[in-house]
Design a protein around this ligand. Structure first.
Ligand SMILES: Cc1cc2nc3c(=O)[nH]c(=O)nc-3n(C[C@H](O)[C@H](O)[C@H](O)COP(=O)(O)OP(=O)(O)OC[C@H]3O[C@@H](n4cnc5c(N)ncnc54)[C@H](O)[C@@H]3O)c2cc1C
Length: 321
């Protein structure tokens, strides 16, 4: 969060970072306990979090369906400093900053092979020729497993499609980010007025960067269950991208069995919000060849050692669906 808060100044670039707050709604006593635990965990780590009751949520968001017969809203976990940012402006800001520091960014250049000699990586084969290196960082998100296979790595990652939707522009109505605890639906409103929303991943693994109608129906159903007025809004467009799903919902930032090959993956569908911290920890790992203390548990071998990270709130676990 602190890195996000100084990012636009670091970039000298407007990334439209908007700290409008997030409310994670809960709908049962068990879920209240779970969110209280999450909020307490955040507070122990110095992050502000507030547990709201039903009336407090109603005052903030009167347009929600509080009397849903099956999943009535009982309250929410509120994090005031959370919010939204324009994702491509963040990418442009980083790209410009990297370029100014002498980094070469080569676009439309696909890695097709990883060359190794005596067990260490010496470079990558690409559609534009061979590029040699002393250290190689693999951060290919939904294509982690396909690129990893080029170095004979079998990684504990599954690729799934996630879709997101944007409605036509509406007058300002929703001034927070909201997640629907009973249905995994989430929504916010962009500065242009479009409602931006989405829900679950497709349950089968796929590398297709496109959506499907079953998930469209499921998402809209959940949205209208939470905000009945949503049924009047027209969906302008939808898009699908591929997610690197880890088996415990937490990421991997670690070395691999190949000494100079480093891995950053498993962000599920929470990788954008983690960008500054993830990049910071990854840079530390690559430069010093040892984990930053923040990412020291995000180990690649935790699945075979049985030391999974019990922090499902960070991302969904495909094996739980
Ligand atoms: C619809 C949708 C909604 C999302 N919503 C959110 C959200 O609300 N909040 C959130 O935090 N996260 C969200 N995410 C997840 C987030 O976008 C990802 O976790 C994040 O972008 C991952 O960042 P990355 O840098 O690891 O990978 P990416 O940004 O995916 O970058 C990986 C790059 O590797 C490149 N690549 C792959 N294979 C090769 C190859 N062989 N050679 C060369 N290059 C290659 C790709 O072209 C790509 O540019 C969403 C994702 C989708 C699809």
């Amino acid at each position: 969060m602190k890195l996000w808060e100084g990012l636009e100044q670091d970039f000298n670039y407007n990334a439209m970072i908007s700290q409008r707050g997030i409310v994670n709604l809960f709908h049962s006593d068990g879920q209240r306990d779970e969110y209280a635990r999450r909020g307490n965990g955040m507070r122990i780590h110095g992050v502000d979090a507030e547990l709201l009751d039903r009336d407090e949520v109603r005052r903030m968001m009167p347009y929600l369906n509080f009397d849903h017969a099956r999943f009535p809203i009982l309250g929410g976990l509120y994090q005031k400093r959370a919010g939204t940012a324009r994702h491509d402006a963040v990418a442009w800001g980083y790209a410009r900053g990297a370029d100014m520091r002498g980094v070469d960014l080569i676009q439309h250049c696909e890695v097709t092979g990883i060359r190794r000699e005596n067990g260490v990586v010496t470079g990558v084969e690409t559609t534009k020729g061979f590029i040699g290196c002393n250290k190689l960082a693999l951060a290919a998100a939904g294509h982690t497993t396909t690129v990893g296979r080029m170095a004979d790595l079998q990684l504990p990652i599954e690729t799934h499609v996630l879709q997101a939707f944007v409605s036509e522009g509406l007058k300002p109505a929703i001034d927070h980010v909201i997640t629907y605890g009973a249905g995994h639906f989430y929504i916010s409103q962009s500065d242009k007025g479009g409602l931006v929303f989405g829900a679950d991943i497709d349950y089968y693994s796929s590398y297709a960067q496109r959506g499907n109608l079953a998930t469209v129906e499921h998402t809209i159903e959940e949205g209208v269950g939470l905000i009945p007025g949503l049924s009047r809004a027209k969906v302008l467009r939808a898009w699908g991208g591929v997610m690197d799903m880890s088996m415990d919902g937490s990421p991997i930032i670690d070395r691999t069995s190949i000494d100079n090959l480093y891995l950053n993956c498993g962000w599920c569908y929470g990788g954008f919000k983690a960008t500054p911290a993830s990049g910071f920890c990854f840079a530390h790992l690559i430069a010093k060849n040892e984990s930053h203390h923040v990412s020291r548990f995000m180990r690649l071998d935790r699945f075979e050692r049985g030391h999974m990270i019990d922090e499902g709130g960070k991302g969904p676990q495909p094996n739980l669906h």
